[in-house]
Design a protein around this ligand. Sequence first.
Ligand SMILES: [Zn+2]
Length: 94
Amino acid sequence: MLTRTVFDSFAIATCGAVRSQSFAACDSELSDAALREINAHLHECAACRARLGADALFLRVVRAAAVASETAPLSLRERVALALHMRTTENAPA
Ligand SMILES: [Zn+2]
């Protein structure tokens, strides 16, 4: 998804503008023009490079944790299995 950004109206990206779009940049949600502006800024600004690197790492860790926790707890799975069993046996022909 391309997103209109603050970069569409400014020729020179500031640290604040780059950092405000950090997660969108990490998720490839920006226009090519916006990414060019960010990359030009990152080429000159070590602080923003570090910030975007940290944001990218944060997103990877959060997504990995989300994937790892997608399995429901055993107690919930057991209750669902029991409820499904009860429903099945209640609706079974006598
Ligand atoms: Zn900067």
